[in-house]
Design a protein around this ligand. Structure first.
Ligand code: GLU
Length: 562
């Protein structure tokens, strides 16, 4: 039997604080009844993944919907995997997607990460003393012990294990070997420990696991429902040899001290749950509620469901910005994936913000949601169609200035002109849905700018060139900017009538051969000349915006080219 008191002092002589000090330093939060405290706890190892925005949106909704707190904690305990600037990048990206933190690591005025709130530091690498205080307490209580095998040795052992796993599927033998190894580790004597410490040998601190995997823990996950998981018997590592904790240990202490009520994280953490429950019990903490969110799936080329991996298109949130998706549309899409009744709600509440939707944990899917670019596109078209012309102009211009400078400068040079273009078909019950992304804008409205105008489409061979020419010439003759849209169209009909193209669409449909064509063909002759395209927004509006000189110039160019 080890002398725990002596052991604790030997291992942590530098720790003079107690767990009671820590509890006093991080007082319980005073919040209204039912308020939820949630967090986003990224490891700063790269970009925000679509699969990360998902749980974070849930965390944001649950906190803010309940009058609670959403905070950001940076889990940088694995210095080897840390990518410089990643944490700043994560914070900025999330802000783009409507995730604003009330507390935690934020970007200060100097552009560097700083703390906001009294539960910090919010960067785990700066909380070593806190973790070690609890580690010392566990040693005092005989619940944790040191192990002097170095990290390199451990890695070597794991490499051997991995090889053995591939070759040898004799799980029984392997379990026995692990058990023997564990007992040997536990048998370390006080003399051995003292000797190692005297030599300055590094150690890791392991939990003394009391679980029996034959026994099951009953547990309710708020997404997955009731489950039974085997108890943990693995003496997993709490503190690494540099005194920095593993995720398991740090998460338990931080979520306790920071008052987290709901731990919302990816389901890849489910296999470690038994360890976490054990830790909360050992530390005497109340266990938070857990929500394990299923991973996002995608369909591969063969129609099979696959995990949306980091390298897949649609994974990196920064790609959406580059492709010109507006964050509002992405958030809207995330909501449709998160709650099965969201779309129904949206139909009844067209003008509300998605943040007004009563998000319900029970309506979440417990198996993986399917990521679908087409669906995102549909959602996005709807979202953009409801924006004002002013908003679209601002957003397209900002996007273009960053990703298509030439186009961006054209838009910027005359914002009123751009706004008039985007106003076509906007408002009203059935707004036009031409834009899926900001990147679509150039193809949609580039023809308004002489710098971008090209003849993309041409007249079909079947049309008489003389009729086209006559239509265009007559149109110039009759064209008056002061006409209203009715008179404008009457004139087009009249041109058609003169040339034998009917405006009686019923009669035309019943017997097309009785006419040279219809007024639709006449409009098309003009449309191609003015816009260079067979399809365009409403021609009357287009001409009003282009102005007489440009309309006439384009039509004359066409006449000359025929
Ligand atoms: N640092 C962990 C991760 O990035 C956090 C998991 C959690 O939310 O607890 O996966």
């Amino acid at each position: 039997m080890l002398d725990y008191q002596r052991l604790a002092e030997l291992l942590f002589p530098q720790i003079t604080t107690t767990t009671a000090d820590m509890e006093a330093r991080f007082p319980q939060r005073v919040l209204p009844e039912g308020a939820k405290v949630t967090r986003f706890a990224p490891s700063p190892t790269g970009f925000v993944h679509f699969g990360g925005l998902f749980p974070t949106t849930v965390a944001e909704r649950l906190a803010h919907q309940s009058g609670g707190v959403l905070y950001l904690r940076i889990e940088d305990t694995d210095a080897k995997r840390e990518v410089p600037g990643a944490a700043e990048g994560l914070i900025k990206t999330l802000a783009t997607y409507g995730i604003e933190f009330d507390e935690g690591a934020i970007i200060g005025e100097d552009g560097k990460i700083c703390d906001k709130g009294i539960y910090g530091p919010y960067k785990q690498s700066m909380r070593a003393e806190i973790y070690q205080t609890y580690a010392k307490q566990l040693v005092l209580e005989g619940k944790a012990y040191p192990c002097f095998t170095t990290e390199e040795e451990l890695e070597e052992l794991h490499a051997i294990d991995k090889k053995a796993e591939i070759k040898n599927t004799d799980w029984q033998a392997e379990a026995e070997a692990r058990q023997t190894e564990k007992l040997a580790r536990r048998a370390i004597t006080m003399e051995e420990i003292e000797e190692n410490i005297a030599k300055g040998n590094p150690f890791v601190l392991r939990i003394l696991a009391d679980g029996d995997p034959e026994k099951k823990i009953k547990f309710t996950d708020l997404v997955k429902g009731n489950m039974e998981i085997p108890e943990n018997d693995e003496d997993f590592v709490l503190l690494k040899s540099d005194g920095i904790p593993t995720y398991h240990f740090a998460h338990a202490i931080d979520d306790h001290l920071m008052g987290t009520t709901h731990v919302i994280r990816g389901e890849e953490w489910l296999p470690s749950l038994a360890k976490h429950l054990q830790l909360f019990r050992y530390l005497g903490f109340k266990t938070p509620k857990y929500m394990h969110i299923a991973q996002i799936m995608r369909l591969d080329e063969n129609g099979n469901k696959k995990k949306l991996s980091k390298r897949d298109m649609g994974a990196n949130m920064d790609d959406y910005t580059r492709l010109g998706y507006c964050p509002e549309a992405v958030c809207e899409y995330v909501m449709t994936l998160l709650n099965s009744n969201y779309e129904e709600w949206r139909m009844q509440n067209a003008d509300k913000s998605y943040k007004d939707f009563p998000f319900n944990i029970k309506k979440m899917s417990c198996s993986g949601c399917l990521f679908d670019f087409n669906k995102l596109g549909d959602v996005s078209k709807n979202v953009i169609s409801k924006m004002s012309a002013e908003e679209v102009t601002e957003k397209v211009t900002a996007w273009a200035l960053q990703f298509d400078a030439e186009f961006g400068k054209l838009l910027e040079s005359d914002a009123e002109f751009a706004k008039a273009i985007f106003a076509i078909g906007r408002g009203g019950k059935k707004p036009r849905k031409d834009l899926t992304t900001w990147a679509d804008a150039k193809a949609y409205m580039g023809f308004f700018y002489d710098e971008l105008f090209t003849l993309e489409d041409s007249y079909d061979e079947k049309y008489d060139r003389a009729d086209i020419k006559a239509t265009l010439e007559k149109f110039i003759e009759y064209f008056d900017m002061a006409d209203d849209s009715n008179l404008w169209f009457e004139k087009i009909k009249a041109i058609g009538a003169e040339l034998g193209y009917t405006s009686d669409m019923k009669a035309y449909k019943a017997d097309p051969d009785a006419f040279k064509g219809s007024v639709a063909d006449i409009s098309m002759f003009i449309r191609v000349a003015v816009t260079g395209k067979l399809n365009s927004p409403d021609m009357y509006s287009v001409m009003q915006i282009l102005g007489r000189d440009r309309v006439v110039a384009r039509i004359e160019n066409m006449i000359n080219s025929l």
